[in-house]
Design a protein around this ligand. Sequence first.
Ligand code: ADP
Length: 266
Amino acid sequence: MSAITQAKRVVVKVGTSTLTYENGKMNLRRIERLCRVLSDLQNSGKEIILVTSGAIGVGVGKLGLPSRPQETAKRQAIAAVGQCELMFMYDKFFGEYNLTVAQVLLTGDVIANEHNRKNTENTFKELLDMGIIPVVNENDTVAVDELEGARIGDNDTLSAIVARLVKADLLVILTDIDGLYDKNPSVDPDAKRIPYVPRVTDEIRALAGGTGSNRGTGGMATKVQAAAYANEAGITCCIMSGAVPEKLYTLFEGAQIGTVFGSAKG
Ligand code: ADP
């Protein structure tokens, strides 16, 4: 567990299901608590990088729409509205603890193109050197479904890409369930949580199955994939519930929590 308790540079990914209520509106209480915990961890000497979803959900709430539209261009426009609101919230909540945030919007070509990768690494380095918390999201204006290959596709994958870019010690994926289960727990009440996955195998990938909540996008499959991608670079990953943000303290105290995906470094 030392890879977790001693982790200094930590990428935390938070999903739509954690950030919003079922009606799509922002769960302000939870976001506020999350920002407080992350600020405290930053003050304790860690370097936090936040990867956040939720732009479309927040945009839907802001514009008072009855549901998420299906049309890609509409979703992109709504994400552009929601992204402002999301950053406004993070700026406000982290600002209350005297921390500065920076908006970093990325697309898949950040790793496809060496020049872009270097620029992105440089930006992250400068931000972290200044003690600023980068708040990362996919650039939904540029990355659309039709552009297969150029699109990262979901923020789980993006979080692992960011973890590798910043050479993080740990990737924490916060979601609406307390880890990977041996079956889909929303279908099977007998499902049991798997505390530790030393290596992501095809069997583990098969457990992750299809997509998850209707507000989230990737489900468990993209999270397991992200864990595997982080592990490949020696970065430990923990998938855990974001419902009680203070549980992050418990994680860093070395308690067994969520599902930890090990790495060679571990
Ligand atoms: P987020 O919005 O945080 O990215 P998702 O809703 O996309 O979250 O994904 C989490 C969901 O994946 C869980 O709530 C659960 O319904 C579903 N899921 C499918 N298979 C599994 C599994 N084996 N273990 C845990 N959760 C699973």
